[in-house]
Structures are given as structure tokens and as C-alpha cells.
Write a protein that binds this ligand. Structure first.
Ligand code: FUL
Ligand code: CA
Length: 694
């Protein structure tokens, strides 16, 4: 009997204890992620590869008519892609198995328009397979991009194409192991080759693809895979291709209102607060302006500070980050792209290295049922399954972290326990000062992860205020960090008026400069505001972190005589000053009235000229780049002397600033003749024009 009693007791408590804790457990609030979405979000950061026929034809959107023989990488190495992604801290790679031009990187049974008719590996290659193997070797997951739009296929626009599309989807989801994400682009329909028809085919983006039945194929063959499109169903587009998602970012969406090609796509940047489904945002952005490789963009690889901003504007705003590598004609990630992305990863690791808030004294305004199951310590234990929670009725709460001594900090990281929904609508953080609590920064939504950046604060304590929430807040992780200052070389520019501006990436650093050619340090001129420099001078500048006494690399600018009084002759365009403003991003567009076009500049006084600097239009689709040129000089604007002629040999592929040198000549007027241009635009696009004097 006694035995039975104990057994009964154990049985009963065994039944009731979990029930008792369960009763305390918060209920889900609104839509919640499924377990695959939870696992996917933890990947945070993965690579995109755009590589296909377009790589060889130097375009972004292939028409679908190019010969498969053009696809011929010389040194293709998927292991180099995987190694780079791994070193950059990424967790997977998504490949453009088929882009809009319809060319397939795997030997699809259903078309001849694929690698099997290319010279690469004598038509025996399978790029999806090679990448799948490389990913496996490096412990990365594989995803595929299969463009719904197919500008090669003769049936595009007809019902038959849907069968073709689904057959290809089946091939990709059956033969290459686990697929973590299937990427369906929103660009659909338009002009194309279409098996030779060469016409425009528009489709009803909402109905043509019968998406629901296409999604079923993914569920059947790869149940764990995320389906990406403008409106999910599992992952949504972030609404831009620049590398950011809204500061307010709900992982919720009124999903039934959105479809691939959705016109109000800007909403996707913020999600829908009253969304009906869990559809988190993914931020897709390329290392370069284009998605595909173009040699002409070799000098436009995103810099480390730009990539760091992208990190905070995506992962730091409740998004995942999908960074694209435009693999080059060799079949490799370009060295510069690899270097910058790895440096970005190292920078972020250093910025978020030591959590100053762990193992400190905490005090919360409310703890759920006063239970240790929901204690504040749960928000500092690095365990994604435990969290600090409040009582159900709470919508405002605060938590104080007492550092025990003065600490410097400039980053705040916070995560919600999203398996029970996204709740917080507004929060702020404060630092304790001699005059009480002072606000440092604030935010709206949190979600899976939110990171705030702010100027360095020195304080003994930090207070987090949850100011509004849809339901009681559940906070799974909090971090406070002191990111080291970014010490990248300053950038220097001088405008037409002769004002020199020195800018640095980290505004908390000090800047020092010299005008005599020596390397600057903290004993030299300290830069506080733009200064006037009308003479010819070499300006050298450094950025300096007072807390570590470290310097950035030195930047040097050779400014010649000021362009203040320069005038463009034969043109009344005020915008001509755009080529004298020291800003590469602004361009003067000179309308070509007669060919060859020429522009004449009056320097206002006679100088001893020995060179010219010309920077073509730096925009993504530059206009009127000068190829063949002639330079003339004159002291009176009547008598001209030709001083140089030639070609800017690689300017189309590499549109950098060009420098021309010639024996010194006295001149007041310069005539720059465009003997030929790289395209037959009706204008010349000149970003900057400058001179070199003796
Ligand atoms: C876009 C496409 O049209 C681009 O070519 C690229 O694939 C990008 C990721 O998505 O919508
Ligand atoms: Ca300019």
C-alpha cells in the first residue's frame, strides 16, 4: 500500500508539475513561426551567387537568345565560393540555378538550354551538383534560385510552361540533397526570345503560376525548405535591393494580399503590424552595383564600412542577410569582394565581442509569477529557449543592468523569444547619470534581433524600458557592447569654391591633417570643419581614436589650383559646375550638338599646365564616356595648339579617373575633344575635370 502511494504520488506530481508550469507559460500572441522558420532565422547570414550566361555576355538580364557555347568559365571552383562564405561567417549559399534568361546551370532533362551544351567540362558539368558538394564539405546549406520568368522557353506565358517550371523545380529539389531555401523572384513577364518568337509576353502575376500548387511541390520534396518570394509564404523580400529593412520591422504579413510582383512592395520593408501570418524579411543585396559580374564595377565593390552598415540595417533590424557575390568569368569570387566581406565579418565580431551585461546585477519591474523560470538572468544566459517574461497584463516594463563600475558602451542588442510571437512595439534605453536617467537611444520593434548603435556612453548602469507591446514582453537575450572605433582612412574632397572637406566613417574619432606633405599625427592641425584652400597643396589626413591612441591609414589628396573661377565656354548650363565640384557622384551632362563633341574651359588666368584629370560619369548606367580624345590649349581663346591625343584604352570596363600628362605649356583655355565615345549617347557625362600645373 505504501509502495502504491508513493507511486501514485510520483505519478500525480509527474502529471501536475508540468501542468502547473504550463499554466504559467505565456500564450502565443498573434501569428508564430513554424519550427523551420525558427531554425532558418538563426542562420542570420548567407550568400547569394549570381553566375550564369549573363556573366559572359556582361549584362544583368539576358534576353534568352545567347548561344550556350558562350558559357565557359576558365577556373570555376565552387569550393572557393564555399570557403569564402565560410570564412565570412555565412551559413549557406543560394545559387541562381536558372535566371530570367532560362539558361540552366544543371543539365536539366527538360531543355537543351543548359550547361550540357556549353564547352565547360565538355558539356558534362553540373554546377548545382558541384556547389552542393562544396557546401557539404564546408558545412554550409544549399539554396536555389529558380526564376519563374523564362525568356528562352517557347511556352512561356502558356499553361505548358507551368509544367516545365514545375518539372525543373522537381529536378532541383530531388537530386541535390537538402535545400534550405527556394528563391522565387518577383520579375515576371515582358520581352524575350521565347523560342524564337522574340516578342512581349505579359502574364497575370497573380494567377499564371498557380503558386499554391507549386509550393506544394516544395513541401512534398523539401519540407524544411523556406519558400521565398515577395510575399513568402515563408520568407518575404525586404522591399529594396540596397541592403536595408525598416527600423520598424514586423515578421508579420497580411500574406494573402501579397504575391510575387506585388506593386506596393515598399510595405515589405516594415511588414504588417496586424499581419495574419509569420513571414520574416530577408535583405538581399549585392557586393557590387550589379547582381552579375561586370569588370566595369571592379572599383565599386562595397567597402567594409558600407558592409558593416548593411549588417546593422538587416540582421540588426530583425532581418536575415543575403549577400550576393557576382562570380566572375573565371568562375571565382573576385579577390576584392572576398577580402571585403571577410573584413566585415571580423569587424562585426570585434564590435560585438564582449557582452558587458553578462553576470551583472539586474533588477526588473516585473517577473512573471515571480518565478525563477522567467527571471531576468534568462536574458543573459545565451540560451535561445529561456527568456525573461512578465505577467500577462504587462505592456510596459523595465530592466536595470548594474555594471558595478563605469563602463563605456555604444551598442545594444536585444532579442525577443519569437516562437511565441513578435510583441514589442516600442522600447528605449537610458544611462544612469549624475542627474538621473538619460535616454541614449530608442527603437520600435525588436523581433528575433535588434541592435542599436549610438555614440559611446560612459555609465554605471543601463535601463531598458519596454514602452509598448502587443502582449507581455518575452526577452531572450540582451547584450551591451563597446565597439572599437572604425579606423578607415578619411576621404578628402574640395568643392569649386575651394572648401576642403575631410570625412571619416567613425564620427567619434578625431581628424588631423597637414598641408606640407608630411604624415599627420595628433600634434598637427585638428580638423573640425571644412576649410578654405585656394592654392595648390598636398593634403594628408588621418583619423585618430583617442581612447586607444590608434591612427587610421593616411589619406592623401593632391589639390591643384582652385577651380573657383573656371567657366565652361559655349554653354549656359549652370550644371557644368558639377564637373568642378570635387564630388564623383555628381555629373555634368553635356548635350552633344555636333560631332566630335568638345568642351572648352576658361581657367580665368594663364597657368603652366602639364596634365589633365578626367573622371567619367560614375553612375550605374553611365552616359557618354569619352574614349578617343584630343587636348588643345590656348592663351587667348583664338589660337589653339594640340598638346595630346590618344585613347583611354580600358575605360569602358574600368571607368576610373584618367590622368593625362604632357610637357608643360602656358595656357588659359583648355579644349577637350571627344573624338569617340564608348556608346552613342547624345551627351557626354563628366563627373570631374581637373588640371595638373607645373
Ligand atoms: C531581381 C532580379 O531581377 C535580379 O536580376 C536579381 O536576380 C535579383 C536578386 O532579383 O529582382
Ligand atoms: Ca562632380
Amino acid at each position: 500500500m505504501k509502495k502504491l502511494n508513493t507511486t501514485l504520488f510520483t505519478l500525480l506530481t509527474g502529471m501536475f508539475l508540468p501542468l502547473a508550469t504550463m499554466a504559467q507559460q505565456p500564450k502565443a500572441a498573434g501569428p508564430t513561426p513554424n519550427k523551420y522558420q525558427v531554425a532558418w532565422q538563426k542562420m542570420e547570414y548567407y550568400a547569394f551567387i549570381h553566375f550564369s550566361m549573363n556573366t559572359f555576355t556582361d549584362i544583368e538580364w539576358g534576353y534568352g537568345d545567347k548561344d550556350p557555347k558562350l558559357f565557359n568559365p576558365s577556373d570555376l571552383d565552387c569550393r572557393q565560393w564555399a570557403r569564402t562564405a565560410k570564412e565570412a561567417g555565412m551559413k549557406g549559399i543560394i545559387l541562381t540555378a536558372k535566371h530570367h534568361d532560362g539558361f540552366c546551370l544543371w543539365p536539366s532533362k527538360y531543355t537543351d538550354y543548359s550547361v550540357k551544351n556549353s564547352p565547360w567540362k565538355n558539356g558534362k558539368g553540373d554546377l548545382v551538383k558541384e556547389l552542393a558538394e562544396a557546401c557539404k564539405e564546408y558545412g554550409l546549406k544549399l539554396g536555389i534560385y529558380l526564376s519563374p520568368w523564362d525568356r528562352n522557353n517557347a511556352d512561356y506565358g502558356k499553361p505548358e510552361y507551368i509544367t516545365y517550371f514545375r518539372n525543373q523545380l522537381r529536378e532541383l529539389l530531388s537530386n541535390y540533397g537538402d535545400i534550405f531555401e527556394v528563391w522565387f523572384d518577383g520579375a515576371n513577364g515582358g520581352t524575350g526570345y521565347y523560342g524564337g518568337a522574340r516578342e512581349t509576353r505579359n502574364v497575370d502575376r497573380k494567377t499564371y503560376y498557380d503558386w499554391q500548387n507549386t509550393f506544394k511541390i516544395v513541401r512534398e520534396l523539401q519540407p524544411a525548405a523556406m519558400i521565398f518570394s515577395d510575399g513568402g509564404p515563408d520568407v518575404r523580400w525586404c522591399g529594396d535591393e540596397e541592403g536595408w529593412v525598416g527600423e520598424t520591422n514586423w515578421s508579420l504579413l497580411r500574406r494573402d494580399e501579397v504575391w510575387p510582383g506585388y506593386p506596393n512592395y515598399q510595405e515589405l520593408r516594415y511588414g504588417h503590424e496586424n499581419g495574419t501570418h509569420w513571414v520574416p524579411a530577408e535583405v538581399n543585396v549585392s557586393m557590387r552595383p550589379g547582381w552579375f559580374y561586370h569588370q566595369s564595377e571592379d572599383h565599386k565593390v562595397k567597402t567594409v564600412p558600407e558592409l558593416v552598415d548593411i549588417y546593422y540595417q538587416s540582421i540588426g533590424r530583425n532581418g536575415t542577410l543575403l549577400i550576393n557575390f557576382p562570380v566572375d568569368k573565371r568562375g571565382l569570387i573576385h579577390e576584392q569582394d572576398a577580402e571585403n566581406i571577410i573584413a566585415m565579418k571580423k569587424t562585426i565580431d570585434a564590435e560585438l565581442k564582449e557582452n558587458l551585461a553578462s553576470n551583472k546585477r539586474y533588477m526588473a519591474s516585473n517577473i512573471r509569477n515571480k518565478s525563477s523560470n522567467y527571471s531576468v538572468a534568462n536574458a543573459f544566459d545565451k540560451n535561445a529557449n529561456t527568456y525573461w517574461a512578465t505577467d500577462d497584463n504587462v505592456r510596459q516594463a523595465n530592466l536595470i543592468i548594474n555594471f558595478g563600475e563605469k563602463k563605456d558602451f555604444n551598442r545594444f542588442l536585444i532579442q525577443e523569444y519569437t516562437p511565441l510571437g513578435q510583441r514589442v512595439k516600442s522600447f528605449s534605453i537610458e544611462a544612469k547619470t549624475a542627474d538621473g536617467w538619460k535616454e541614449i537611444a530608442k527603437g520600435t520593434t525588436i523581433g528575433y534581433k535588434r541592435i542599436l548603435r549610438f555614440p559611446t556612453v560612459s555609465s554605471n548602469a543601463l535601463r531598458l524600458n519596454i514602452n509598448d507591446a502587443k502582449a507581455c514582453p518575452l526577452i531572450t537575450e540582451i547584450g551591451v557592447f563597446n565597439a572599437p572605433k572604425m579606423l578607415s582612412a578619411p576621404s578628402l574632397s574640395r568643392n569649386k569654391q575651394g572648401l576642403v572637406t575631410i570625412s571619416v566613417d567613425d564620427k567619434e574619432n578625431k581628424v588631423f591633417y597637414t598641408l606640407d606633405g608630411t604624415n599627420p599625427d595628433k600634434n598637427n592641425n585638428s580638423y573640425n570643419a571644412a576649410f578654405s584652400l585656394t592654392d595648390k597643396a598636398v593634403v594628408k589626413a588621418v583619423s585618430f581614436d583617442p581612447s586607444t591612441q590608434k591612427y587610421s591609414p593616411v589619406s592623401t589628396a593632391n589639390f591643384d589650383i582652385s577651380r573657383k573661377k573656371w567657366k565652361l565656354i559655349d554653354s549656359d548650363a549652370i550644371t557644368s559646375d558639377l564637373m568642378f565640384d570635387g564630388n564623383p557622384a555628381t555629373t555634368y551632362h553635356y548635350e552633344i550638338k555636333k560631332t566630335p563633341a568638345e568642351i572648352t574651359v576658361d581657367l580665368d588666368s594663364v597657368v603652366n599646365l602639364r596634365g589633365i584629370k578626367y573622371m567619367p560619369d560614375q553612375s550605374r548606367y553611365p552616359k557618354g564616356i569619352i574614349f578617343g580624345y584630343e587636348i588643345f590649349c590656348s592663351t587667348d581663346g583664338q589660337q589653339w595648339k594640340k598638346v595630346l591625343s590618344g585613347e583611354f584604352s580600358n575605360i569602358k570596363n574600368n571607368p576610373l579617373e584618367q590622368t593625362l600628362n604632357f610637357p608643360a605649356i602656358q595656357t588659359r583655355y583648355i579644349r577637350f575633344k571627344a573624338v569617340s565615345t564608348t556608346t552613342d549617347d547624345k551627351e557626354l557625362g563628366i563627373a570631374e575635370l581637373d588640371i595638373i600645373t607645373e
